[in-house]
Ligand binder design. Structure first.
Ligand code: ATP
Length: 307
């Protein structure tokens, strides 16, 4: 008798996503990266594309963040990539993107991440104009749970914004993009870059302190901006009439510090109170994450045992 082939060999090309991709792009061959077949582009980042990957042996879906070595061409950029990898290796939480592997080739550094198939929270809000408080409360509690976890590990994210919050297939928040994350102890070396990247979300002290110590309060500020955007459908601080594009950061901060927070009618009293204690320009008087977690508005989703 001839030995037979094992009957159950997996054919990744028969995965529904591979079939769909090949039907849409019949002339394109499917490139491989390590053990992953690369399909469509999910998004573009600073250093290259993020692609949907399928593991060739068991078909698991992942996000492959491909960074061309040519784009990681100076020390600042390299340390951003290294920091993201170093930080992600330490983190394991349901609302933080999981790092599965790092694969290096001559041309690319590839970060293999959990695939957040529900898209960006930003688009989810846009599609609904603004979120119902019940939905916002659930998503915000998940965000806070993830941020609390990283703060417990003495890490600050420093670039929390809607674009860095993805959703998984069950519409749970997945926090991504740890390129600006830092340990509390380290003196921040690139604060201006951070605040230039996302001025509408950055805490005032990131600009005012000009590179001095910045602690976990910056993440509380950004979470406040995110919660405001979920509930209102627009950002709280990007409409200074004398700075229409929000591109002059110093003007934007003068505007933040001198403007009283206002809310659209449909935001409840409880949510207004919570936002009012988070979006306090002076970090000394801003609510701590612990206070945020104990706030009544979050009670329906308070994660038992967290505080
Ligand atoms: P930037 O700093 O400009 O936001 P980046 O270089 O940090 O970009 P990412 O934000 O990590 O790159 O990725 C760019 C886009 O790729 C995201 O906005 C998102 O649409 C998509 N993406 C990234 N990671 C994932 C993931 N794990 N699952 C699904 N899509 C992802």
């Amino acid at each position: 008798m001839q030995p037979t082939e094992p009957a159950l060999s997996y054919d990744v090309y028969q995965h529904p996503k591979a079939i769909a991709y090949q039907q849409q792009h019949p002339r394109r061959s499917l490139p491989k990266f390590g053990p992953y077949l690369l399909l469509q582009t999910l998004g573009e980042g600073e250093f290259g594309k993020v692609k949907l990957g399928l593991h060739e042996e068991w078909g698991e879906e992942v996000a492959v963040k491909l960074m061309r070595r040519g784009n990681v061409d100076n020390q600042v950029r390299l340390s951003k990539v290294e920091r993201e990898i170093e930080v992600l290796k330490k983190l394991k939480h349901p609302n933080i993107v999981r790092l599965y592997d790092v694969i290096e080739t001559d041309k690319y550094i590839g970060i293999i991440l959990e695939y957040a198939s529900g898209g960006e929270l930003f688009d989810h809000i846009l599609a609904h104009r603004y979120l119902r408080e019940k939905d916002a409360c659930k998503l915000f509690a998940q965000l806070i749970s993830g941020v609390w976890y990283i703060h417990q590990k003495k890490i600050v994210h420093r670039d929390l914004k809607l674009e860095n919050l993805l959703l998984d297939r069950n519409r749970n928040v997945i926090i991504t993009d740890f390129g600006f994350a830092n340990r509390f102890e380290h003196k921040a070396d690139d604060l201006m870059v951070t605040s230039c990247g996302s001025p509408c979300y950055a805490a005032p002290e990131l600009v005012i302190s000009e590179g001095a110590y910045v602690g976990s309060a910056v993440d509380v500020w950004s979470c406040g901006v995110i919660l405001y955007a979920m509930l209102a459908g627009y950002l709280p601080f990007d409409d200074d009439p004398s700075n229409p594009d929000g591109d002059n950061i110093n003007l934007l901060y003068k505007y933040i510090v001198s403007t009283t927070l206002t809310f659209p009618d449909y935001v409840s009293e409880g949510a207004r109170h919570l936002l009012g204690i988070m979006l306090v320009p002076d970090p000394k008087y801003r609510a701590s994450l612990q206070t945020v977690m104990q706030h009544e508005w979050l009670a329906p989703y308070l994660i038992a045992g967290l505080v």
